[in-house]
Structure formats: structure tokens, C-alpha cells
Design a protein around this ligand. Structure first.
Ligand code: F6R
Length: 641
């Protein structure tokens, strides 16, 4: 916040580093909100205060802005403040962090277009006072363009408040690993991980630009105040490195530790990797209930690489969790056994019994929600096969068509095969109609060009191709395609990656399906994903419907999103997977040939194997692999925003 502003930041005490014991591992001010909505409301209020205070003093406010999914709810709140509370942006000057190199300025993924759609076109900002690096300048002009960008920032008086997101590589702006602390605005080659993360936006990694123009780390650190936002479990690991790790150019965001007025603004999931949440016994007093005891004992066992039943009282005491022990003789043995039993009871192949719904011999109605066609199979394919084999009445709800992920080559391949077929019987009417169709698709694909968007016909075809993959995959697991319910959520059909939003229309099919099936068991995922991801939105839709569902006899299980299994310490149910079941799961995953899969079947099944190894290392029985689940009890809808 600018020194001239009389307002006190509502986010925190300006410039203060961590003070409390629970935050002592954190080397930069870190504020945690229950969800991104409340975090963005707080930040937008701070920005509004800053603008109003400076405007009153007849001063401009210079804001540094970011793009991507993270700031979207923040911009929505600024727009709301403008519309409903009269916040004016006439005295605001903006500088964006970065722009892809080589994209036309009106490409749907260009950051200029993004800023217009998400903010500029909805507030009273003077377009001549907004600045975004120009990704269309010729290579020869890039150097001078960057110098000029720096000069404009300086001429505006420097940036008062810079908004940042963080990439999985730890980048701020597009300062990929290796960016020096004093780097200026410049052209940068994008990291492979960053391009992978943008692949869905561009309908395939091949379409993602290879370079970008970005403000440098030095440019960013020169701002008077920095606020880095991060949401979702996918950011937890890199946030921990940036906040608690060493200052290093391997993680550009760690340079924020050197700034006197920087704040990390997180939702609960993005903060979950911080020591105060991951290992709270290391940062303060603990009320040792069974859950906390389980977490700490598993941590101890892992840290010492010793099975739980072999842990000694000294092990507890020397590692700062002696508080678990009651002081009685044999207290360590008792603590070991308590945790061992808890873990043991979570390992159960009888999902029905674990759900408190009788046992496997009773036929139950089971509904599995899969946001993307692949999610359900990646997260719980083997358990799905097990439930089907046990004869339960299993239904699979595929919430989105997933067509944005289907490759062009899959659509092209289908069209060429169709053309080939029609040539066999060229004279018939149906052949000529099919040939026309195939030609239309091929033409649309050609016309789309490198960074273009699919036509409605191409998207419809891609949906059908993915349905065919899904049907094949599900047959391998033993389920008839008639048991699949394709919802084709409208938020997905009408949106773009990183900018999805749902409305009332999306609730209807989910409500109808729940009414129709009235399941005893429900499986769902996405509760901890990035708030703008299809997975999280699909979860929120379910959670909203669930709030208003009167008949709640069902048990709801969460399977892990983004394929990352729950650890033994957090899993409420771990279903053993045999070698054959694991192979069946891998075969099913391999059916999805039409999507540019982020991970191979081998990577996914290796992860399931690692979970089993973890249980083995803790001293429990050794299985081939495991799938893990957590029980879901509805919180207020706000917790999942
Ligand atoms: C965008 C930018 C990037 C993003 C980061 C996170 O202008 O500078 O550093 O903030 O890649 O992207 P999202 O928010 O999409 O996860």
C-alpha cells in the first residue's frame, strides 16, 4: 500500500512479518481464508480503500494486474464494487504482468482479451491508461518494447499495489525458474509445466505459445505492495516452498520473502501444505483428539521410517509429540495400537459395510459423479469394478462432456474413416450425407488454424468420440453403457477453461438424477481442486443440490481430485486393489485415446501402488495397490466456493 494512503490495510498490518508461533515457519506474511470468495472480498476492499484514498488526495493509483484463473473472482468483486458501491477507476492506471508472445491481440487466450472480458470492459477505466506487454511486436523490437514498458511504469510513479498469482513452477508473472531477483521486463521461454497447465485453455499443448513477455522479478519487487493469491490444493506444494523454503531463483515467488510489504493470500486448500496446517504439532499447542493423534503418529512413523507398532516413548518425546502419551506405563504402546487400529479399520474392501449401510450381500444403489469422463476411473476405477462385480446397482454420472480436451487428430481420424467408408458405397443417399458431414468437420478443423476455437459441429463430434471412449472403458470395468448418465453440464459447454461459472440451469439435471436414482452411496470429487476447474465447479453444483435435498440417507464419499490419493493419515476408507483389478483399471484408462491425457495409465497405477506401499511401511498388511476415500459431511456451501 502506498505510503501516502491514510488507510490501514484490512488484510494485515503493513510490512509485518510473521509473529505468532503457529506461523513461525512462514517467512512472509500469509493470510488464510476459508475460500477464495472471502479472500477476494477482503482484497477488493483493500484496493477500493486505496483507490478512494488516493483519489481524494488527487492522486492516481497504479495497479499491477495478473491474469489466469486466480484473479477472476477478485475482478468480479471489483466490478461489483463499481456497479453497486460507486467505486470509480477513472484515476487508476494499470500495468499487466505479462502477455503470450505471438498471439494476435484479440485471440481468446490473449491477456489483452482476458483483461477486457474480465475487468476493463465492465468498469470506467480509461483504455489509454491500461498497459499490457504487446506479444505481437517483432523479435527485433522486443528489447525496446520491454525498456519502454519499464519506463512507462516509472513515469506513472511506480506500482502502488501489484496483484500476483503463482504457477506450479513457482513463477510470478512468467518468471520461470532461473529468473534473477533483479530481472527486468523481457522475453522469456515458458517452462514445460507452465505450457502443460495452459494446454486445456488452448485445446492442446501444441497450441500453447512457447514464449511470453513478462515483467521481471525486479520489476515486480519494485512495487510498493505485493499480494500473491493462490487457491486450490494443486497450489499447496509450491505455496509451501515459496513461503517456507529458501529464497531461490528456482522458485521465483520465494523472492517475495525479501519484500517489506508482501502478503500471500490463500484459501484453505492452497494453505494446506504449510507446516501450521500439515504438522500443527510443530507450531503450537495441540488438543490431542484421535484424528490429530493419528496424523502425528503416521508422521512420526514416516519420519523415523519405523513401523507404527515399533515406535518408542522416546521417539514421541524426542520429536515434539510427547503430549500424545498419557504418562502411564505402556503409554507409547497404547498410542501405537490406537493409531494402528484406526488405520487398520480404514482398510476395507467392503465399501457398503464401511459406509454403515449393511454389508456387501445387500444390493445397494450407488451413484458415482465423474466431472470429466476420466476422473471417476482414475480416482476409483478399481473400486468401481469391485462394486459392479459385487452386483450392486451402480450408476456413473459424467458431469461434463470433456470435449474441450479431445484432440483435433481424434476428430480428423474419425472424419477420414467416415469418408473412407462412404466411398465404398458412394451412390447411396446416406453415404453422400455422411461424406458431407465428414467434409464439413475436416473443413472446420482446417479453418480453425493454429490457435482457433472449435466450431459447434466439431465440439459435438468430439463429445461423441469421448462418449465412445467412455463406453469402452466402462465395459472393461464390467458396467453396461446404459448405466452411464451423460449430463453435458451447460457451464462447460458455454465456458472456457479458467473462466467457468455455473448457474441455476446446471443444478437441474443433478437434482433430477438424485431424485431418479435415490442412491444409498454417492462418490464425488473436486472439493479441493482449483475453484475455476470443471472438477470444483461440478462439486459445487452437487453440494448446492445436496443442501436442498431432503432425503439424505446416502453416505457420500470423496475420491481424490487431480488423481492425488489421500495419505493414510487422512483417508477414511482405503480399498485394497488386487493385481488383476489394477490391470483392469489401467486397461480402462488406456481406452481414452481421444484426449491428450495429462498422465499415462502407468503413472496413475504406480501412484495407487505407492499408497499400498505406504501402508506396508507403516506396518500394516501389504497389498498390490489401494484407492483412498474420505467421508463427506456437508458444510455450508460457502466452504466450497
Ligand atoms: C498471469 C501470470 C501467472 C499466473 C500463474 C497462475 O498473468 O502472471 O503468473 O498468475 O500462472 O495461473 P492461474 O491463476 O491460472 O493458476
Amino acid at each position: 500500500m502506498s505510503e501516502t494512503s491514510p488507510t490501514v490495510s484490512i488484510l494485515d498490518a503493513v510490512g509485518q512479518k510473521q509473529l505468532t508461533q503457529s506461523e513461525r515457519f512462514e517467512k512472509v506474511r500469509t493470510l488464510v481464508h476459508p475460500n477464495s470468495t472471502s479472500a477476494c472480498t477482503a482484497l477488493a476492499a483493500e484496493v477500493a480503500d486505496l483507490i478512494r484514498a488516493r483519489t481524494q488526495e488527487n492522486l492516481d493509483t497504479v495497479l499491477g494486474l495478473a491474469t489466469g484463473s486466480t484473479p477472476v473472482p477478485f475482478y468480479r468483486e471489483l466490478i461489483r464494487l463499481h456497479r453497486e458501491e460507486g467505486l470509480s477507476f477513472r484515476r487508476v492506471i494499470t500495468f499487466n504482468l505479462d502477455e503470450y508472445y505471438g498471439l494476435s491481440r484479440d485471440h481468446p487466450e490473449s491477456y489483452l482479451r482476458f483483461m477486457r472480458d474480465q475487468l476493463f470492459d465492465h468498469v470506467d477505466l480509461d483504455p489509454s491508461r491500461t498497459h499490457i506487454p504487446d506479444g505481437t511486436v517483432s523479435p527485433d523490437d522486443v528489447y525496446h518494447h520491454c525498456l519502454d514498458y519499464e519506463r512507462r511504469i516509472a513515469d506513472a510513479g511506480g506500482i502502488d499495489l501489484q496483484i500476483l498469482g503463482i504457477g506450479r513452477t513457482g513463477h510470478i508473472g512468467f518468471n520461470e525458474p532461473g529468473s534473477p531477483i533483479d530481472s527486468p521486463t523481457r522475453m522469456i521461454v515458458l517452462d514445460r509445466v507452465t505450457r502443460q497447465d495452459a494446454a486445456a485453455d488452448f485445446m492442446g499443448i501444441a497450441n500453447v505459445p512457447r514464449s511470453a513477455i513478462t515483467m521481471g522479478v525486479g520489476t515486480i519487487l519494485a512495487a510498493k505492495r505485493l499480494v500473491l493469491m493462490a487457491w486450490g490444493a494443486g497450489k499447496a506444494e509450491i505455496v509451501r516452498e515459496a513461503v517456507e523454503g529458501p529464497i531461490s531463483d528456482i522458485v521465483s515467488a520465494s523472492f517475495l520473502q525479501t519484500h517489506s510489504n508482501a502478503t500471500f493470500l490463500l484459501d484453505a486448500e492452497a494453505a494446506s501444505g504449510l507446516t501450521r496446517f500439515r504438522q500443527p504439532w510443530r507450531t503450537g499447542q495441540i488438543a490431542w483428539d484421535a484424528t490429530m493423534q493419528k496424523r502425528a503418529t503416521v508422521w512420526l512413523s514416516r519420519t523415523l521410517e519405523k513401523p507404527i507398532l515399533k515406535l518408542l516413548a522416546d521417539d514421541y518425546a524426542e520429536n515434539g509429540i510427547g503430549g500424545i502419551l498419557t504418562g502411564e506405563l505402556n503409554a507409547a504402546e497404547k498410542a501405537n495400537e490406537d493409531t494402528f487400529q484406526l488405520l487398520q479399520s480404514a482398510v476395507n474392501g467392503d465399501v457398503i459395510q464401511a459406509s454403515g449401510q449393511g454389508n456387501t450381500t445387500e444390493i445397494k444403489k450407488i451413484l458415482i459423479f465423474s466431472p470429466d469422463p476420466l476422473d471417476g476411473i482414475v480416482g476409483m476405477g478399481a473400486t468401481l469394478a469391485r462394486l459392479i462385480a459385487q452386483g450392486h446397482d451402480v450408476h456413473l454420472a459424467i458431469q461434463t462432456s470433456g470435449n474441450l480436451r479431445v484432440t483435433d487428430s481424434a476428430a480428423r481420424g474419425f472424419s477420414e474413416t467416415t469418408k473412407g467408408l462412404t466411398a465404398l458405397d458412394a451412390a447411396s443417399d446416406s453415404s453422400s450425407a455422411m461424406a458431407d458431414y465428414a467434409n464439413e468437420i475436416l473443413r472446420d478443423l482446417d479453418e480453425k488454424g493454429e490457435f482457433g476455437t472449435d466450431s459447434p459441429s466439431v465440439r459435438a463430434l468430439k463429445s461423441q468420440i469421448l462418449r465412445a471412449d467412455t463406453n469402452q472403458a466402462i465395459r472393461i470395468l464390467g458396467l453396461e453403457p446404459s448405466r452411464i448418465h451423460f449430463i453435458d453440464a451447460s457451464f462447460y459447454e458455454n465456458g472456457r477453461y479458467r473462466r467457468f461459472r455455473f448457474d441455476e440451469a446446471d443444478l437441474v439435471p443433478v437434482r433430477e438424477l438424485l431424485d431418479q436414482i435415490s442412491p444409498d452411496l454417492i462418490f464425488i470429487t473436486g472439493d479441493a481442486n482449483d475453484p475455476s476447474s470443471p472438477q470444483r465447479i461440478a462439486f459445487r453444483i452437487f453440494a448446492e443440490v445436496w443442501q436442498t435435498t431432503l432425503d439424505s440417507h446416502s453416505t457420500v464419499w470423496l475420491f481424490p481430485g487431480s488423481g492425488k490419493p489421500y495419505g493414510a493419515q487422512e483417508s477414511d476408507l482405503s480399498v485394497p486393489v488386487s493385481p488383476d483389478q489394477l490391470k483392469q483399471k489401467a486397461d480402462a484408462i488406456q481406452r481414452f485415446r481421444s484426449v491428450g491425457a495429462d498422465e499415462t495409465a502407468d503413472t496413475i497405477t504406480a501412484r495407487d501402488r505407492r499408497v499400498a506401499t505406504e501402508y506396508d511401511t507403516l506396518g500394516l498388511a501389504e497389498y498390490e495397490a489401494m484407492e483412498t476415500f474420505r467421508r463427506w459431511t456437508p458444510l455450508s456451501a460457502a466452504d466450497h466456493q
